[in-house]
Design a protein around this ligand. Structure first.
Ligand SMILES: NC(=O)c1ccc[n+]([C@@H]2O[C@H](COP(=O)([O-])OP(=O)(O)OC[C@H]3O[C@@H](n4cnc5c(N)ncnc54)[C@H](OP(=O)(O)O)[C@@H]3O)[C@@H](O)[C@H]2O)c1
Length: 415
């Protein structure tokens, strides 16, 4: 039999839940191999009798070609995905969700990057969505997405509690980004915590779902020394973590803790880079803008630290699945590319901008000189797995991965 030739060794070493294509004529040998593959946390995919072995060999060559040309790096894997989410709207699966589990969902942040994909995702699955709008512009945007509008602000906790009581579940992706520059990440977290506790009061004992956002850095940012999983809790955060991403962990811990009060609460940890055609303010546009400004694309030190990425449309489908069927008190990993060396991301951006990728020394003066407020984020490593998320919720990222999405050109308009 034949197996494993379509998986690059370094991808295996990163601990991602990869697909392993196998072929063979002996059913018992195949079953043994499949069990072995599963024991490694990987997914065996049977491609048929041994005659297919030559095509697996050819597939290996295709991967080498893809690495050199199409993908632009060897940090990728071949896998089997379910149909793109667009097709789901016409499948019987979507229809059955409509009939059996339609929910009235309250969504905050529906005008933002992730929320504007989450609302159509929910509506396509048959749910009724009410979005929070703090302005006429936001109200119009939510209506255009097909949502009902609830006027209000994140600062009105009583209003949020009322909205929670009036709904069958909540997806909360709004955040007080206005506080980021005045008070830093600590202030954003400090404003978010009472919101979560207010939801908790409104939903206690109901078993209703509350799905909130988290960061893929919360379980470790490299401190674990291994790939972070959904079983890793958010690191504790205290006063000494003011000004760092870790200050936000207190929110994740509070949300997951609401499970003990009878709320079906969970946290979707979003990858460092959430990409899409409408990504205007994420890390990727920021790195691209920096490169254009400085005339080169920088990476910290040797650039070997790992970042991760996900398409925002896949994030949306994960929020929906967590809402519909996620058990209480869980973390989910919205991660597709589980660990790309920062240098490869920089080189990919540089090649598309026609700018060189250059190492920026990890020095307390030089690093912020290039990366500004991103300095303490870009040096960290965030290897993360999505195995538990995929297995528990049946989530299958179906959208282009980071390097392929960079090839789509929307991050690099001609003018
Ligand atoms: N890689 C990533 O992008 C990443 C990674 C980890 C975590 N996250 C987290 O994921 C969440 C969603 O991020 P995103 O990029 O989708 O958000 P975003 O595009 O920045 O949008 C923010 C949303 O919050 C709303 N909002 C802000 N202040 C409000 C207020 N006072 N009252 C009511 N609504 C308010 C905005 O509404 P208006 O239209 O009215 O402004 C907007 O809909 C955030 O918590 C973010 O920190 C993102």
């Amino acid at each position: 039999m034949k197996a494993f030739n379509t998986v690059f060794g370094h991808m295996l070493a990163q601990g991602n839940p990869l697909d392993v294509l196998i072929t063979g004529d002996d059913a018992e040998a195949k079953a043994t191999m499949a069990a072995f593959i599963k024991s490694l946390g990987l997914r065996p995919m049977d491609t048929g009798p041994l005659g297919m072995a030559r095509w697996l060999e050819g597939t290996g060559l295709v991967m080498i070609g893809l690495g050199r040309y199409g993908a632009g790096s060897f940090n990728f894997t071949l896998g089997v995905s379910t149909l793109p989410e667009r097709a789901r709207t016409t499948t019987s699966r979507a229809t059955s969700i409509t009939r059996t589990s339609s929910m009235r969902v309250f969504v905050t942040g529906g005008t933002g990057h992730s929320g504007s994909y989450i609302i159509p995702e929910l509506i396509a699955a048959g749910h009724e969505v009410t979005g929070l709008a703090r302005s006429d512009t936001a109200a119009a945007a939510l209506s255009a997405l097909g949502a009902k509008v609830r006027r209000g602000d994140l600062q009105d906790l009583d209003g949020l509690k009322e909205a929670a009581t009036d709904s069958d579940g909540i997806i909360h992706v709004a955040h007080r980004q206005d506080l980021l520059f005045s008070g830093g990440i600590h202030a954003v977290a400090a404003a978010e915590l009472p919101i979560m506790l207010a939801y908790g009061e409104a939903l206690a004992g109901t078993g209703k779902p509350l799905v909130a956002t988290g960061s893929i850095g919360s379980p470790g940012q490299g401190f674990l020394g291994r790939t972070a999983t959904e079983e890793d809790p958010a690191l504790p955060s205290g006063d000494e973590h003011k000004g760092t991403l870790r200050a936000r962990n207190v929110v994740e811990t509070a949300v997951v803790g609401l499970a003990e009060q009878g709320v079906r609460s969970s946290v979707v940890r979003i990858a460092n880079i959430a990409h899409s055609t409408t990504d205007r303010a994420g890390f990727l546009p920021t790195l691209i803008a920096l490169a254009k400004e400085k005339g080169f694309i920088g990476y910290p030190g040797d650039g070997a630290n790992l970042w991760n990425a996900v398409h925002i449309r896949d994030v949306a489908s994960l929020f929906r699945l967590a809402l519909e069927k996620g058990p209480a008190g869980k973390y989910w990993h919205a991660v597709d590319d589980g660990g790309i060396p920062f240098r490869e991301i920089a080189e990919a951006i540089g090649s598309r901008l026609g700018l060189p990728a250059v190492s920026v020394p990890v020095d307390e003066l030089v690093l912020p000189g290039y990366f500004g407020f991103l300095a303490n984020i870009v040096t960290q490593s965030y290897p993360a797995s999505n195995l538990v998320t995929r297995r528990t919720l049946g989530w299958e990222p179906a959208q282009p991965r980071l390097l392929a999405d960079l090839d789509n050109g929307h991050y690099f308009p001609a003018s």
